[in-house]
Design a binder for this molecule. Sequence first.
Ligand code: SAH
Length: 364
Amino acid sequence: MHPLIDPPNELLAEWLAARGLPAFRLRQIRRWMFQRRADSFEAMTDLPASLRRELAEQFAVLSSRVARHEQADDRTEKLLLQLADAEQVECVLLRDDRGHRTACVSTQVGCGMGCVFCASGLSGLARNLSAGEIVEQLLHLERLLPHDERLTHVVVMGMGEPLANLDALLPALAVACDREGPGISVRRITISTVGLPAGIRRLAGLPSPYQLAVSLHAPDDELRTRLLPAARTIGLRAVLEAADDYFARTGRQVTYEYVLVAGVNDRPGHAERLAGLLQGRCVLVNLIPLNPVPGLPYRGSSAAAVRRFQDGLERAGVRVQVRRRKGGGISGACGQLRRERGNPPVPAAGGAASTEAGQSSAGP
Ligand code: SAH
């Protein structure tokens, strides 16, 4: 069984062409998938019944299925998706009071970067996601919204290191931006990276560049390498140079993410050195109070320490935002998405395309 969503969808296009079917059939199918949120070929009622039957024999409308659906009190929703090979990934729908409906998507099963405070890499990297599996996360998340609402933003901040899987991510994001698909503007798509310079340069060369967020987390290489082992061979200098280059080539201001870990990287001296490092650069620093991960010894900085850190940066002229924690009660916040192991959840009734797995409501 082939996945229906498999950017650039050549297989489906070829399959239709081989049957002498006109190109508009492809557009029709895409409309059913993206606009009308069909879960089965049967639902695609303006396709001939014989074609629907044949398609159903060859293609799976969705190759992943919702194995678990959780909702937090702040209306954040998290899906655990089961992939065709029984691996699992998580993705999150975030809402805010400005009407933003943001999909947070994963790019890998697990993660190979090993950041010491993050749940996603706890059991290493299993595999890259395919472009289709990334797009399917958007489809599943959009299906959580009422019919008159659509996703407005995408953040590639789920499990995995996006720049280690650009070959799948870029075709997936092209679909996300496609007017006949989710139709999300490139300016509303943010890719967060641990800071892989070659990948950043590749992103800078795209005709329509995305927003870039770089995980910094420390003002010097020694501390950064302790927190982000993957940074060992990539000095801060190389990361900043690649990000400067990104800004110069695209005109897009880069965001630096800085997770505040109590007693580790949140002292006034760290803020001072961070401000020194970023001096003269037109950037935004996004402070993220650490979200706790069971089994890991790190704690988030106190509200007072966050405030002090923010003040220190602002006094030095650095623009700062503090990321509001969302989805904490369902372990759907930054750094809390993980690869589930052990017993796979019980399959949802209704087969592969079902989005109606049981909802469990978890308070924070
Ligand atoms: N691999 C990408 C995406 C990671 S998730 C990257 O490294 O940027 C997005 C952000 O959440 C990153 O800045 C990441 O370092 C941060 N993060 C990881 N674990 C966290 C935790 N426990 N609490 C808060 N933020 C965390």
